[in-house]
Design a binder for this molecule. Structure first.
Ligand SMILES: Nc1nc2c(ncn2[C@@H]2O[C@H](COP(=O)(O)OP(=O)(O)OP(=O)(O)O)[C@@H](O)[C@H]2O)c(=O)[nH]1
Ligand SMILES: [Mg+2]
Ligand SMILES: [Zn+2]
Length: 278
């Protein structure tokens, strides 16, 4: 039988196949060899998984496979970590996964929404201003997510679980704001929820950069850089201070959001550092 893993717990996997759910383990021959992730399509029989189908995408921390859409959730409180957000976007571009920005808690103000519109217009992604509290714009967002396995990602306490609850009338556990900064997540594991035409993954955090991303390829995952990458004076320009860098001058003139460019350089530096320790 073929099914999709929607949750794993220790050595147990929960699989959805048709309208049925199954609780299985990995067949002995797979242990230590083949990794099985939430989101994986697997072949299984008599209580054990025999094989994993090829993935269309894969994220680490949280590790989920076959995600088709990422809802990148931000809020006024906690304050957004834009460096983390940019890393998430880079991972999504690398994996070929579509992203929408979901600026939640708009009942607290529109400042973050305006900032995201300014800095991320160049990415061409859609930006939603919503509130899990008042329900504003949730129908539009829900329409956009229909039919594609969507992962809600973002810092702890931005309201990922609250959004799922508000859209699908569920009562999953939400946290309070007191846990901010303590690195504690209310949602502690990734789980796919099936609601009619929707498949939603509530995750306990951000998808981070895959270690396989090299500093040299980073610029390719910035949609707003793409059209200009061969306008730099030097071939192999890393866009980190070389003379005649087209990306730097576009950031200078504001055509590319300066903050995005500054964070690009920071991420580039971090990827270089990481290399040294490998
Ligand atoms: N004012 C306001 N508060 C909200 C809104 N959405 C969520 N919250 C509050 O934000 C807090 C955190 O919500 P959660 O849904 O648990 O956040 P989360 O992103 O799932 O957090 P983790 O599971 O820890 O990653 C709760 O106190 C919610 O009541 C909103 O639209 N407006
Ligand atoms: Mg949560
Ligand atoms: Zn350059």
């Amino acid at each position: 039988m073929k099914g999709q893993v929607f949750r794993s717990h220790g050595s147990e996997y929960f699989i959805r196949s048709g309208d049925e759910t199954y609780r299985v383990v990995a067949r002995g021959k797979m242990k230590g060899k083949t990794e099985i992730l939430v989101g994986d399509y697997v072949e299984f029989k008599s209580g054990a998984i025999d094989s994993v189908y090829p993935r269309t995408s894969r994220f680490i921390r949280p590790s989920v496979a076959n995600v088709e859409m990422i809802a990148a959730v931000l809020s006024a409180l906690p304050r957004p970590d834009f460096l983390m957000l940019d890393k998430l976007l880079v991972s999504a571009e690398k994996e070929g996964v579509d992203v929408v920005f979901v600026v939640n808690k708009n009942d607290l103000g529109k400042e973050i929404y305006e900032k995201v519109r300014r800095e991320y217009a160049g990415t061409g992604k859609e930006i939603f201003s919503v509130s899990a509290e008042t329900g504003e714009n949730l129908d539009t967002l829900k329409d956009r997510l229909k039919g594609r396995l969507t992962a809600f990602a973002g810092q702890s306490a931005v309201g990922k679980t609250s959004l799922v609850n508000a859209m699908f009338k569920t009562s999953l556990k939400v946290g309070d704001l007191s846990s901010i900064g303590r690195g504690r997540h209310t949602t502690t594991y990734s789980n796919i929820y099936f609601f009619d035409a929707w498949k939603i993954v509530d995750t306990p955090g951000f998808a981070v950069l895959e270690s396989e991303i090299g500093a040299g390829e980073l610029a390719r995952y910035y949609p707003e850089f793409e059209a200009h990458l061969n306008e730099c004076r030097f071939r192999g320009c890393t866009h980190t201070g070389e003379k005649g860098c087209a990306i730097a001058s576009l950031a200078e003139s504001g055509e590319i959001a300066r903050e995005r460019y500054e964070r690009y350089q920071e991420i580039y530096r971090q990827l270089k550092e990481k290399k040294k320790y490998e």
